[in-house]
Ligand binder design. Structure first.
Ligand code: HEM
Length: 568
């Protein structure tokens, strides 16, 4: 065999596995690199005899397997075994090399909760996703320790997020001045209560359009695929706040079709468990899931789409259009009007704007679909909620957002659904330890990813009586306990907590309240005999209903089409 083949087979392939894994494992390792660094010169100087070659290859494979098994034997699996001093955190080993990666493919939150119980590690569990060290907690006080600690103010960035430019947007930007600037800009120009209130009429218009679509479909088909209408309304809501434009998805233009396809593709790509994120050597060798290739195509399309909107706004501004100071202006206007200190370049603007479209679209639609599903399954709760809404709205017919605080049962219903079906059961995006830190008394090295299993917390019988029962009354102040769901109480924190808490929570919550109030005021919702309500979950970027909800929406006596369409 030629020396080159020697070199390739022995000197590159096998050590590469270990070396690549090590580069991702920890900054404090060294013992594993010794045999690899020694093997290369040894290989290149060996005589060309095929028997010896085979022996040497077998020896190297053997050494590699032994090293991997040694790593794997540690609690938490191979990524934790690489630590020079090991770890005291209990956890499953998973498989050699890949760790617990296969468990993340289905309902990861349910599987992680099971593993935590099996390993008696609800407080803190260690596990490995390929080369990535991960901790997860299923208890509120440790969740607070993680989410509110400055040590975990960063996020591990997925390759797909980087390819889609999200490392320059709020969600994945490293903790620092750029991230702080973005949060400040978004808080002032998109999420401030005054801004949210100024955009109420657009939300009302989109809700009216949704109600009209539901009515037409119900009349013609006798059953309504609610998700379709919720997704259209949420996309239009956010497009209106961010870009100042909406679409008629019933008669879609080419641009509307393209937009929907881009959003769908983005959800698929960011929601996928990408093996390349955790097995560097694997990702380097082949992109079996074609994630990189698809991300590149999508990123180019997004850039073109958003850039053209920015250019239009710029032109309009030059011609004396909105200057960003008007409460009615959109987010692009606001970004273009920033002063020199805060100004973003076009590439950063594209990333931030697209992220808003992306994050603002699925969560609100998914949550509302779960709410309607539970209300169909619990007609007594539906009637009680309708009575509350009727009582506040009276003969006025229209519901405004100023009515919402007067609807405590509505809040209780939404909270109960957020508890049973949190859209981000693992809080969507993990956190990253930027330096060594102690969590629940255990040493957690820098570079470890941290997750909070919010689903496990909200289903814990030690915290919630009958946790699997839908009972909104538990949130009524006079009966049970009122809970701050904005990140103040980690027993129910569907929007996360701490520095990186969801900045869009007030907007998302206002939208869902308005939708549910108006949908319930207008229709009575019942199941269709051919489409029973199925509460099975499907975890993608968010946790959605596996079988889209198909239900009957019967107009309630007081609601007339004229009233429904009044605000359009
Ligand atoms: C029902 C609605 C929503 C839910 C359940 C939700 C949930 C979440 C969660 C769990 C996080 C991670 C928080 C953490 O790490 O502590 C998050 C982050 C984020 N959300 Fe939301 N969200 C919702 C609506 C929205 C909306 C409407 C927007 C924007 C229009 C938005 C924009 C963001 C952004 C930009 C981040 C990243 C924050 C950062 O890393 O600094 N979300 N959201």
């Amino acid at each position: 065999m030629a020396p080159l083949s020697w070199f390739l087979m022995g000197g590159i392939v096998f050590p590469t596995f270990t070396l690549a894994a090590d580069m991702h494992a920890t900054a404090g390792r060294s013992h594993d690199q010794t045999w690899w660094s020694l093997s290369l010169p040894l290989l290149t100087s060996l005589p060309i005899e095929s028997g010896k070659v085979t022996m040497l290859i077998m020896l190297m494979v053997f050494m590699w397997v032994c090293t991997m098994m040694m790593y794997w034997a540690a609690p938490g699996g191979n990524a934790w075994g690489r630590l020079p001093r090991g770890s005291s955190i209990p956890g499953p080993r998973g498989f050699p090399v890949i760790g617990t990666l296969l468990d993340m493919a289905g309902l990861a939150h349910v599987r992680l909760a099971q593993l935590a119980s099996e390993c008696s590690a609800r407080t803190l569990m260690a596990f490995s996703l390929g080369d990535t060290r991960v901790i997860v907690t299923s208890v509120p006080n440790v969740a607070r320790e993680i989410l509110c600690s400055s040590a975990f103010a960063d996020r591990p960035i997925k390759a797909s997020a980087r390819h889609l430019l999200f490392d320059r947007a709020i969600g994945f930007a490293p903790y620092g001045s750029h991230w702080r600037n973005l949060r400040r800009i978004a808080a002032t120009h998109l999420f401030m209560p005054k801004r949210i209130a100024a955009h109420e009429r657009y939300r009302q218009q989109q809700t009216s359009r949704m109600i009209d679509g539901i009515r037409v479909t119900m009349n013609s088909k006798g059953v309504v695929p609610v998700r379709l209408y919720l997704q259209r309304a949420s996309l239009n809501n956010i497009m209106c706040s961010v870009f100042g434009r909406t679409y008629d998805f019933s008669f879609p233009t080419e641009e509307a079709v393209k937009l929907q396809a881009m959003v769908r593709e983005g959800f698929d790509l960011l929601g996928a468990v990408n093996w390349a994120d955790h097995l560097s050597w694997f990702g380097g060798l082949l992109d079996v899931q074609r994630i990189k290739e698809r991300c590149e195509v999508l990123a180019a399309d997004v850039k073109k789409f958003v850039q053209s909107i920015i250019d239009e706004h710029r032109l309009c501004k030059e011609n004396g259009g909105l200057q960003g100071g008007d409460g009615d202006s959109d987010f692009v206007d606001a970004l273009l009007a920033l002063d020199e200190k805060e100004k973003l370049c076009d590439a950063d603007m594209i990333a931030v704007l697209w992220e808003m479209v992306f994050r603002g679209t699925d969560t609100t639609a998914i949550l509302t679909e779960w709410i309607l599903a539970e209300l169909v399954l619990h007609p007594e709760v539906q009637c009680k909620l309708q009575a509350e809404i009727d009582g506040v709205v009276g003969s006025r017919g229209e519901i405004s957002e100023s009515d919402l605080p007067k609807l405590p049962y509505l809040q209780a219903v939404i909270k109960e659904v957020l508890r049973l079906h949190p859209p981000g059961p693992l809080l969507s995006w993990a956190r990253l330890a930027t330096h060594d830190v102690y969590v629940a008394g255990h040493h957690v090295p820098a570079g470890t990813s941290a997750m909070v299993n919010m689903w496990a917390i909200t289903h814990d019988p030690a915290i919630w009586a009958e946790p699997n029962t839908f009972r909104p009354e538990r949130f009524l102040a006079e009966v049970g306990q009122d809970i701050d769901i904005r990140g103040g109480d980690l027993r129910l924190a569907p929007f996360g907590a701490g520095r990186r808490v969801c900045p869009g929570r007030a907007l998302g919550y206002a939208t869902v309240q308005l939708w549910v109030a108006r949908l319930l005021h207008t229709f009575s919702w019942t199941s269709h005999p051919l489409h029973p309500v199925d509460l099975s979950e499907l975890l993608k970027l968010s946790c959605e209903m596996k079988s889209p909800l198909m239900v009957r929406a019967m107009p309630r006596p007081h609601s007339t089409p004229a009233h429904i369409l009044a605000v359009q």
